[in-house]
Design a protein around this ligand. Sequence first.
Ligand code: FE
Length: 339
Amino acid sequence: MRFKPSLLVIAALGSALFSTAEVFADEVNIYSARQEELIKPLLDNFSRDTGITVNLITGKPDELISRLASEGRNSPADLLISTDVGRLYRAKTQGVLQSISSAALSSAIPEELRDPAGQWYGLTMRARPIMYVPGKVKPEELSTYANLADPKWRGRICVRSSDNIYNQSMIAGLIAHKGAADAEQWVKGLVANFARPPSGGDRDQISAAANGVCDIAIANTYYLGGMLADPKQRATAEKVKVFWPDQDGKGTHINISGAGVAAHAPNKANAVRLLEYMVSQQAQQWYAETNHEYPVVAGVQASDLLQQMGEFKADKLNMDKLGELNGEAIRVMDRAGWR
Ligand code: FE
């Protein structure tokens, strides 16, 4: 890490000798809530192509947001990378990001996958469909998320706990479409159909379905992708199939991983350049494929593994809504008894 605190001080004092741009021209500092192996090769390519050194700090998303907030103007961070729009929205409302406008980003990224104010941009996409066990569930018995509250699924559904942001975002989406009262009714029905009290992560729900604990799991696509790509987990993952809910209506719930330029970025231009690099054809292909996610840029193919899960219609709701309704979603889940 080369954050050059002494130079920061010089820049802050407004020394006539160095303009900020000159001092920091060749660096960009990233706070990333994504694991290093999911982004490092991409960043290395960026450095090689541009000569800009990338300094990477990884950590838990809420910790990085708090760190940005407490560092304030003295923060060396230029770019915050995180999964789930709920967290990017939180960063925005805490004032640790800034609005940027970039024609390259606006034209590459669909409108619903970026902040209307330009504070965060979706860089990969994931879906949260229904996964079912063939032989126990016929696909024609499935239709919508709403249908999962039907008593016919009593004791047959596995999903992780409500403190998980993926579930919070899913319920926020439901609230946006149907209102909080409907969403609460639905969650009550869903909870009544749980096969067991929620425990573990998404992979655990998929494994539980594969091992006969439940007939249906709700999980993010990249977890199934990761299991299918892992020789040790493939046999388990192959026991479930993806069903894309709400294809005749609003579409399947999706979410993003994304990034935003830090509020006090010392190397703002480089941060924007990196974001623009991340929506290039080649970067999108690599970035999406590495974690079995979908590219956000039209015309970039999803991996073979994802294509095998089938095409689907995604919910077009602006992701920003999922962040805005996060608090409401938590209250709805709480009242409906989802632990
Ligand atoms: Fe995840």
